[in-house]
Design a protein around this ligand. Structure first.
Ligand code: BGC
Length: 256
């Protein structure tokens, strides 16, 4: 059961369910920060709002942007945040596409103090994955945005901290150097798609996945026939997956 269950049970006369019903889902990206409210089943309750990621993307500037978006979205009971780096127990370990000062930042705790609600922070690709997986077999998720996100699930359980982005893929160039937004901008859509098809072939041989999901803001630039077990998914999953961050850690592996 969620560790939140007691917090919303303070109204003896209310007919409302005991569980908190509204989740503020936030997706912090290298280019944009997005937010939406979700109901208890994970359905959107509001229009998604977005601001450009401040530059330099210091913890202070990004946190201020999140707090502003939260204020614009309305009332909520709890918060899920997808973060573009490795996060453990709400503490940031890496943030390759943000400012260099994030390491050790207690993001969940800082946001809890400012938003006065419980906050869970997870890697952005993990959240995206939680929003799309079926929960059966080996499911690999990659996200194509400013950075390249990755998440691996086995029968719905997350294999924690997979960071394919920084693994060499072509010579000494990593997946992120070959397929991130800067590379797309530099080499153009055609060459980038060619690189992606090679990457998918490698990932298929390495992971032998049942399904590969490709999401992130640049998934819409994919112009390939990827085969039956590769699915392009909407970047909205990076927000909709926020609801699953509030399922039991034992069930999901790494919500925080
Ligand atoms: C980070 C990942 C993140 C991805 C997408 C990479 O640079 O290492 O943790 O998921 O970018 O934001």
């Amino acid at each position: 059961m969620s560790r939140l269950s007691s917090r919303s049970s303070n109204s003896t006369f209310s007919q409302k369910p005991l569980m908190p019903v509204t989740t503020l889902a936030v997706d912090i990206g290298g280019t944009g920060i997005k937010a939406i409210l979700l109901d208890a089943e994970g359905n959107p309750l509001t229009e998604r709002s977005r601001v450009r990621t401040p530059r330099p993307a210091t913890p202070q500037a990004v946190v201020a942007a999140v707090v502003k978006l939260a204020g614009e979205q309305g009332m909520f009971d709890r918060v899920s945040v997808g973060f573009p780096g490795v996060v453990r127990q709400g503490v940031v370990h890496t943030a390759p596409n943000l400012d260099g000062s994030w390491q050790g930042m207690e993001l969940a705790q800082v946001l809890e103090k400012l938003l006065h609600k419980p906050v869970r922070v997870a890697n952005d690709a993990d959240v995206q994955g939680l929003g799309v997986i079926q929960g059966r077999g080996v499911e690999l998720v990659i996200t194509l945005g400013t950075g390249v996100g990755s998440a691996l699930f086995v029968d719905g359980r997350l294999v924690p901290n997979l960071e394919l982005a920084h693994h060499p893929f072509h010579g000494d160039k990593t997946y992120e150097e070959e397929l991130g937004a800067a590379a797309l901008h530099k080499v153009g859509k055609k060459k980038w798609n060619h690189r992606l098809s090679r990457a998918v072939a490698v990932l298929s041989r390495v992971f032998n996945y049942d399904v590969l999901y490709i999401g992130g803001g640049n998934a819409k630039k994919v112009a390939l026939d990827l085969g039956p077990n590769v699915k392009l998914v909407s970047n909205m999953a990076g927000l909709l997956g926020g609801i699953a961050c509030w399922q039991s850690p034992d069930e999901q592996g790494r919500p925080d």
